[in-house]
Design a protein around this ligand. Structure first.
Ligand code: PHE
Length: 355
């Protein structure tokens, strides 16, 4: 057998036994590398005499092709083997028990803001917003609150600058001013949001939530205010009858002003709205003071209307039986798990305003 025939059978044999990419690459360079056995045989062609030259070249070429084909074949075989090995290692055991999965809950305040917004949106109110950091003008002056008013006191207000121009808004009423300065009447908006006052006990927290309401048009009167609030409270608490009283009050930005109480009873430690003879204050309201309209570039000889401010946290406490206001903001996981809402299981009066 000629030398190249021997080479052929020796390497076909090696390739048959080869089972890894590394070994295959080694064989490849042994045969076809720069100094490879087959490569070198090609260099011998020139040394052969005329008779042998042609036959040798043909034979060598045939052997080269055979070995290359074998190499490709073994390469494919190894590739498939490696894929199969990987697949069997990554096999998924579908019978394994699932890992425990904790789904988040919606905070009662977020839930209540959604419920309130959806009730008011049904009677034509749209949602407006304002920043938590306000200026003194929008929070007090434009709202007809004089320089010496107690609400401006350092004990109540968190001032953010020495000149007392920047502060954390003490109520959502500045959104009234922002809304009116930005647009043209009529206005019919609600503005839910965070508010801040220097206070902390079972029913007060330094940060709390209010919902502002504002309805300005040519002939809006206190009857509309009463009807609107009565409708809202009944819808919110899902009750057919409601005891509600308007107590004369005072706010610099409304005239006349009133505070609204709703009647409730305690049954087995639970608050029942619409029954009993206990009263709970839930909001302040009134007819927007002409000075506020003037400061907001609205002509009070043509336009008038009402405004109200509701404590959202208090509504949430009443509706969902939460006793301490401070617990809302303690980020206690167990508390949230108990009082929070399942995102896919919202209460019946939720009407689908997007979260
Ligand atoms: N801003 C008032 C408060 O925080 C509530 C209110 C709003 C009263 C609008 C009247 C009109 O107490």
């Amino acid at each position: 057998m000629s030398e190249i025939e021997k080479l052929k059978s020796q390497y076909l044999d090696k390739l048959d036994k080869c089972s890894s990419t590394d070994d295959l690459n080694k064989i490849k360079s042994e045969l076809f590398g720069k100094n490879g056995l087959i490569t070198n045989q090609f260099k011998f062609i020139a040394t052969k005499n005329e008779n042998e030259k042609k036959n040798f070249a043909i034979k060598l070429n045939d052997i080269k092709i055979i070995l290359q084909e074998k190499l490709n074949l073994v390469n494919k075989k190894i590739e498939i083997e490696e894929i199969n090995k990987k697949l069997s290692n990554e096999k998924i055991d579908v019978t394994l028990p699932e890992r425990s999965f904790k789904q988040g809950k919606i905070h009662p305040i977020s839930q209540v803001i959604d419920e309130i917004s959806s009730i008011f949106s049904e009677i034509g109110f749209s949602v407006a917003e304002g920043p938590d950091v306000e200026n003194e003008y929008n929070n007090f002056t434009a709202l007809n609150t004089p320089q010496n008013h107690p609400a401006r006191d350092m004990h109540d207000t968190f001032y953010l600058s020495e000149d007392k121009n920047l502060l954390l808004r003490t109520h959502t009423s500045p959104v009234q001013i922002r809304t009116m300065l930005k647009g043209k009447p009529p206005f019919k908006i609600i503005a839910p949001g965070r508010t801040y006052r220097c206070d902390s006990d079972q029913t007060h927290t330094p940060m709390f939530h209010q919902l502002e309401g504002l309805h300005i048009d040519k002939d809006i009167n206190m009857g509309h205010l009463k009807g609107c609030l009565n409708y809202f409270i009944k819808e919110f608490f899902e009750v057919k009858k409601l005891k509600m009283r308007f107590r004369p009050s005072h706010f610099p930005f409304t005239e006349p002003s009133a505070e609204v109480d709703i009647g409730y009873d305690l049954k087995d430690g639970k608050i029942v709205i619409g029954e009993g003879n206990k009263w709970l204050e839930i909001l302040g309201c009134g007819m927007v003071h002409p000075n506020v309209l003037i400061n907001s570039k609205v002509d009070p000889s043509k336009y008038q209307g009402f405004a109200f401010g509701i404590g959202i946290d208090r509504l949430a406490m009443l509706k969902y039986g939460i006793k301490d206001l401070r617990s809302f903001f303690e980020s206690n996981y167990k508390w949230l798990n108990h009082y929070g809402f399942d995102p896919v299981d919202v209460p019946t009066n939720y009407r689908g305003l997007s979260r």
